[in-house]
Ligand binder design. Structure first.
Ligand code: AHR
Length: 491
């Protein structure tokens, strides 16, 4: 029997809704067909943006969308994507072996965010752009005055400023974003950052590009000197193990430590920030690309992959990491929202279906804005797995996180039994609260390789689940490879 303690009075930090964010790049069918179908499309749309995917994202209460890339961002020139659509230039999309029609540009992105009610996060072009181009984009979006650029925005249909708060100063600048050495990027970053804040009439937050190689972050921060120039440091974590669907049991278990490497990435980035931050301000860690990237979704294949229950369970374990480190993680964005990589929904013509990962987001969304509280795994089983570097790891078979809503009257508990074949009987003691009522949902399927598709869109979806409660103790038996989210009303 597994024993867990949830310490309701041990608040770790508020879980920013931004931890449940998204990333949508001009890549394959993510933007085009996923979100943008054009006003003349027979697919129901609002000003060219399809209604079904927007409705799905609204239901998730998607808090933020990062755009336009990814690698695409450092070769994107925003002026190509404004003004009358039929006059916009066609360009090459060098990273993703395609042509870019520029039908979806800044105004369409802002419209999309407004339809979803998500905050826009724009990634600027450092690799092939200039500080002038970047600063002009900030001014075009955010200037409330009467400058030539704000007048142009109004003329293109944006009379009110877009008030974009989050601006990334490049993407993976150690790679596709210009192949900078960390000190060179620091000097370039400072030059760009100098001209950005002054162009906005509303507060903006600047995101510097970091790396999962610790030396890179430290060298970058050291050279930057005064961290006043930045508000967040971003890192990316992708992982895989075996085929998307035809994976072995061993590969199933091995995916966990590879994904959970993100916990060490976050700790390392936070340590580097602590070492150099003399501003007295909180500088956060943003994981603005993360998820499973299966080996068959490579190169010019379009980065399409099947998304099974395994992917959703592993994503939930990553959410537990984000919840636990809500004191330093200020945003996270799964790669990528629609159709490509670990998407939450897929489309084919006028059909749309939700992936198991969507349902993991749905079960975890209740944590958004709550206080993360400490969960102790007092007694849980383990399985042997191997990390990405081949190191053996004793992987606990239970992953969990919990939060308390701002009134202190309701707790959210998310927990999974990742064991492939054995159910897990769990006793969960709530310290600092007694249960009035508990309702729960479960995400599981007979086969962990189960996935949804156009002809079977609901093979994997949440169902209601029973949890017994007495006093301050919850008891339940989690089926193998299952994820549960419980809403616990407290007395
Ligand atoms: O998400 C796909 C790509 O992965 C992004 O464009 C890039 O930033 C990362 O390497």
């Amino acid at each position: 029997m597994a024993k867990l303690t949830v310490r309701l009075e041990d608040k770790l930090a508020t879980i920013s809704p931004m931890l449940y964010g998204h990333f949508a790049e001009h890549l394959g069918r993510c933007i085009y067909e996923g979100f943008w179908v054009g006003e003349d499309s027979p697919i129901p749309n609002t000003r060219g943006i399809r209604n079904d995917t927007v409705a799905a994202m609204r239901k998730l209460r998607a808090p933020v969308i990062r755009w336009p890339g990814g690698c695409f961002a450092d070769d994107y020139h925003w002026r190509d994507g404004i003004g009358p659509r039929d006059a916009r230039p066609r360009r090459m999309n060098i990273w993703w072996h395609a042509e870019e029609s520029n039908q979806f540009g800044t105004h369409e992105f802002i419209d999309l965010c407004r339809q979803i009610d998500a905050a826009p996060y724009i990634c600027l072009n450092v690799g092939s752009g200039t500080p002038e181009e970047a600063a002009a984009w900030v001014e075009y979006c955010n200037c409330a005055g009467n400058t030539e650029r704000s007048a142009l925005r109004a003329c293109n249909g944006g009379s009110d400023p877009f008030s974009v708060r989050f601006w990334g100063v490049g993407n993976e600048n150690w790679g596709c974003g210009g192949h900078f050495a960390p000190d060179d990027y620091a000097r370039e970053y400072r030059r760009f950052a100098t001209y950005l804040r002054g162009r906005s009439s509303s507060p903006i937050e600047l995101i510097a590009c970091g790396h999962t190689t610790p030396d890179w972050n430290r060298k970058f921060l050291e050279t930057l000197g005064n961290l006043h120039w930045m508000d967040h440091l971003s890192i990316h974590r992708y992982y895989n193990c075996g085929h998307a669907v035809e994976f072995t049991d061993t590969e199933y278990y091995n995916l966990y430590p590879r994904a959970l490497q993100v916990e060490a990435d976050i700790a390392e980035a936070a340590t580097a920030i602590r070492l150099y931050n003399r501003t007295g301000r909180r500088i956060g860690v943003i994981v603005d690309e993360w998820g499973v990237w299966h080996p068959e979704a490579r190169g010019d294949s379009g980065l399409y992959q099947r998304n099974t229950l395994r992917d959703a369970l592993v994503a939930a374990a990553v959410f537990d990491v984000f919840n636990r480190h809500a004191d330093v993680v200020t945003m996270a964005n799964i790669a990528q929202t629609l159709n490509v990589l670990q998407c939450v929904a897929q489309t084919e013509g006028d059909k749309m279906w939700l992936t198991p990962t969507y349902h993991a987001f749905d079960l975890y969304k209740e944590h958004m804005g709550n206080d993360s509280v400490r969960v102790e795994l007092d007694e849980v089983g383990t399985v042997e797995a191997r990390a990405g570097d081949g190191r053996p790891v004793q992987q606990p078979t239970v992953s969990a996180s919990a939060s308390l809503d701002p009134t202190g009257r309701e707790a959210i508990l998310t927990l999974q039994n990742l064991h492939l074949t054995e159910p897990c009987e769990c006793g969960i003691r709530l310290k600092g609260g007694k249960v009035e009522k508990v309702t729960a949902k479960i995400l599981t399927a007979r086969d962990v390789r189960a996935n949804n598709g156009p002809d079977a869109p609901n093979k994997v979806r949440p169902k209601s689940f029973g949890i017994a409660a007495k006093g301050s103790v919850l008891r339940t038996t989690l089926p193998p490879h299952s994820l549960v989210s419980a809403r616990v009303k407290l007395l």
